[in-house]
Ligand binder design. Structure first.
Ligand code: AQP
Length: 334
């Protein structure tokens, strides 16, 4: 029997992924390549929904791809590619845009959050239609499962709605995907503002742990993470959001259940606990950083790996798009 298909994407919007991207998404991608037919993309078309410098976009796209391979994606088992290399993403997005209601698109909370930065009228139409392009990314590959963080839940619901609408109107075409969200790591929060999501574009440098960061600064940031009044290491989301976030991180990185960690640090205060969290972060990131550096040292080879991924992705995307064109009623080109 064919393996279920998994698809996910990550934006090349920074010079490094952060711990939230890694625990909430990328780590699951690596595990799932063992059991699924895996497609993962660097979503550069999504990145240009906010103002982006061409040189920075090129650099960050390579850095993103290198980090994916360095984190453990195997080009033999996973199809890793750059979204703009497969033209069908934008083509399907247009068809889906024409099936989406303005009100429906307007309810997407990520647009509201991100556009608040520029003011809603200064935000691009691309930022508004971002979730529809994301729906196209997923439906194009007939994905069964989409591993993401909690912030993407609403976009996944829209993807299912659009897939269902298309199927209903034009005949069964798309597989309806399910989100795959690991509760324990669905929202890693900012170290300086433990109620906000750790984010490439909105966290302050002190609030974010970058995968490619050197051990010294990483340690400092963990040691300076905002903690809560009191001195006991306890899991209490409402009363101790800072310590609870660090407990979630430590548990995910070491595989130790949270109650066991709480018992281990009883009576020891925050300092010892934070030191151990810093060490776990450093140990996880160091090999990824080293492999990323090696991969980036040979851009030609990296681009070649991405070209192979794009070719494999294109074959699937073309097949879906041929069906879509026919069902929508576009004339065949002779
Ligand atoms: N803090 C987080 N906790 C858990 N998962 C997270 N993800 C992001 N932040 C956290 C997941 O990482 C994947 C890739 O994210 P993205 O590049 O598509 O962008 P995003 O979700 O918008 O993340 P950022 O860091 O806030 O990026 P920018 O600032 O560029 O918008 C997704 O699966 C996401 O859920």
């Amino acid at each position: 029997m064919a393996r279920p298909r998994v698809l996910s994407g990550i934006q090349p919007t920074a010079d490094s992924f952060h711990l939230g991207n890694y625990l909430g998404a990328v780590r699951q991608w690596v595990t799932m390549q063992e059991t699924h037919d895996a497609f993962y993309c660097v979503v550069d078309l999504h990145a240009i929904t906010v103002p982006t410098e061409p040189d920075a976009l090129r650099r960050r796209s390579r850095v993103a791809a290198a980090q994916l391979f360095a984190a453990g994606l195997d080009p033999e088992r996973s199809t890793v590619f750059v979204q703009s290399h497969v033209r069908e993403h934008t083509e399907l997005a247009w068809v889906l845009i024409c099936l989406t209601g303005m009100g429906e698109a307007g309810r997407m909370t990520q647009f509201k959050d991100k556009s608040a930065k520029f003011g809603e009228s200064a935000a691009s139409v691309g930022l508004f239609t971002y979730p529809i392009l994301q729906a196209a990314d997923i439906l194009l590959y007939q994905a069964n499962l989409v591993p993401v963080g909690a912030d993407q839940k609403q976009h996944l619901e829209l993807t299912r709605d659009l897939g269902q609408r298309f199927n209903h109107r034009f005949g069964d075409t798309f597989t309806l995907p399910d989100p795959y969200i690991l509760k324990e790591v669905e929202k890693i929060t900012d170290l300086q503002d433990p109620t906000a999501k750790m984010s490439k574009s909105s966290s302050s440098p002190a609030g974010i742990l970058d995968v490619l960061e050197q051990p010294g600064p990483l340690r400092k940031k963990v040691m300076r993470a905002v903690t809560d009044t009191g001195s006991e290491v306890l899991f209490d989301e409402a009363g101790k959001p800072g310590i609870s976030n660090l407990l979630r991180i430590q548990s995910a990185l070491t595989g130790t259940p949270i109650p066991e960690l709480v018992a281990r640090y009883e009576g020891q205060g925050y300092g010892t606990f934070k030191k151990d969290v810093a060490e776990a972060v450093e140990q996880t990131f160091a090999p990824i950083r080293e492999r990323t550096e090696k991969l980036l040292a040979d851009e030609k080879e990296l681009d070649r790996m991405l070209a192979i991924g794009a070719e494999r992705a294109s074959a699937v995307a073309k097949e879906t798009m041929a069906q879509v064109r026919d069902r929508v009623g576009f004339l065949p080109k002779l």
